[in-house]
Design a protein. Structure first.
Length: 502
């Protein structure tokens, strides 16, 4: 799974966040399997099942020649032609495909794509079909998740949440530099500041902290700014409207003025910041457990004696800390109105969620591609990647309870990945915080105002960081923010939030 850090993702953006999953592409032939008995509803042509067409997101491999796709055909008896949206402007291409009536039977949609198409009346209602043919789906997917596939009370899609709630963001730290300078891992804002000051003084050629974004979640924690939105006195407020945001911005300005963060912070792309870190030019960088793993090979090559570690969220004056968890809707699997094979499409997706099939499609064969002992799933390498490296792409929903542990086999393929994941999540029960709008459907007022508000926040932060904008003028900025659609967004979010309390 790959999650890129952006230059600035405002608190509001969680409402319509889009996350792309990625994995190692695999090769090799399919394992021979006997097709499952034909599902009811097959066309009356000698018992053969109809061919289906599936459209999914683009991750750079050919699903039509992948071992997982071949095994799905063998097990279910359905021949499937897979297509992918382009990486560039996928939403535009999707809208063109649907508007032109291109006949797909299953669409793998991001939440934003789903709500856009369902609001346009482009998707088929699925309540009757799921009730008739979705016995496995109903067992696999929780009642709360099913609500995420509904629109105006009717079901239009099979929801797929992320694999398990987890903390994916941290500060990646050069532990060897800390050891060399006699520094401990920072736990408070003062210790963090002292660490950066010491690195600058003792290693003047090294950037204490590089990065490419404003979202430094471990630093947010010191100010109590744990989540994108938070409930205060019964009202949800975005991070930008929380009083502590001014203190956070003042602290970041102080770091910049004193040369403790990368002078190119505002213009760095994530790849540029990572290159500085893996090249030994920087001591700290915000990142995810996936970033840490992907950077490891270059870092080890360039800095053989170096060691990466991960800083937990900083404690505030009250001794508390926290960081937002990844826990949200990833995809919705829907059937367009143009499909003439909706019944077969539901039967196909339900067969894939039959527990033995689901285990086989996601992990392969026990003792061949994976092992399991006491609920711990581990991959047998390299065959696991060869046979199941792209299994995530073929999912049409997950067994939410079981897959939380099964998914860890994918992380265990790469020791550095699993190590980073474990370190970041070892105290998730204490520090993991739920964003209260993580499962909010896109709302017109939010979508309409989000781009301009995000740009406005970006511009203001840059002025604070680079152009001498005074924090004392923040209230004036917030008045402009409110008048530019911010108040409308806050009202719309809270109107939705009230409906969850009934």
């Amino acid at each position: 799974m790959t999650r890129k850090m952006n230059w600035y993702k405002s608190g509001i953006s969680a409402a319509i966040a889009m996350t792309m999953m990625a994995g190692c592409s695999g090769g090799g032939g399919a394992e021979p399997q006997s097709p499952a008995p034909a599902a009811s509803g097959a066309k009356e042509n000698g018992g053969a099942k109809p061919s289906l067409k599936v459209l999914g997101f683009n991750v750079g491999f050919d699903p039509n020649n992948d071992p997982v796709g071949k095994d799905i055909e063998a097990r279910t008896g359905y021949k499937v032609a897979y297509s992918m949206l382009p990486k560039d402007k996928p939403d535009e291409k999707l809208n063109i495909e649907i508007a032109s009536g291109t006949e797909y039977d299953i669409l793998a949609l991001t939440p934003t794509q789903f709500y856009t198409l369902v609001a346009q009346g482009a998707l088929q209602p699925l309540d009757e079909l799921v009730n008739k043919h979705g016995a496995n789906m109903k067992k696999a997917i929780s009642a709360s998740s099913w609500e995420l596939g509904k629109y105006n009370g009717k079901l239009y899609g099979i929801p797929q949440k992320n694999e398990r709630p987890n903390i994916d963001k941290s500060m990646i730290v050069r532990q060897d530099i800390l050891d060399e300078l006699g520094l401990k891992m920072p736990e408070t804002l003062d210790e963090f500041y002292t660490t950066l000051k010491t690195i600058k003084a003792k290693k003047p050629d090294m950037i204490p902290l590089t990065g490419s974004g404003k979202d430094i979640f471990v630093v947010y924690s010191a100010f109590g700014l744990y989540t994108d939105w938070v409930e205060i006195n019964g009202q949800l407020l975005p991070r930008i409207k929380q009083p502590a945001i001014k203190d956070y911005m003042a602290f970041m300005k102080k770091l910049y003025v004193e040369g403790l963060i990368d002078k190119d912070w505002a213009v760095n792309k994530s790849t540029q910041a990572q290159e500085k870190f893996v090249g030994g030019k920087a001591a700290l960088i915000p990142g995810t457990w996936n970033d840490a793993s992907s950077m490891n090979a270059a870092f080890t090559k360039n800095v053989p004696s170096g060691k990466m570690n991960y800083m937990p969220p900083l404690k505030g004056p009250d001794g508390k800390s926290g960081v937002q968890m990844e826990d949200r809707l990833l995809y919705v699997h829907a059937i367009p109105k143009s499909s003439k094979q909706a019944e077969a499409a539901i039967q196909f997706m339900d067969l894939k969620l039959q527990m033995d099939n689901f285990t086989f499609f996601t992990l392969g064969e026990k003792g061949v591609t994976f092992n399991e002992e006491n609920g711990v799933y581990s991959p047998i390498m390299p065959i696991f990647t060869e046979k199941r490296g792209n299994a995530y792409w073929f999912l049409n929903g997950i067994h939410e309870k079981d897959y939380a542990d099964m998914w860890l086999a994918r992380l265990r393929r790469t020791p550095t990945l699993f190590e980073a994941f474990n370190i970041m999540n070892k105290n998730i029960e204490q520090i993991g915080k739920q964003n209260p709008i993580a499962f909010m459907p896109p709302i017109e007022a939010v979508g309409k105002n989000l781009p301009s508000l995000t740009q406005k926040e970006n511009d203001y932060f840059l002025k604070v960081l680079l152009d001498g904008e005074k924090i004392e003028n923040f209230d004036k900025f917030m008045t402009d923010w409110d008048n530019s659609g911010g108040s409308e967004v806050v009202k719309a979010v809270n109107d939705w939030y009230k409906t969850t309390k009934k």
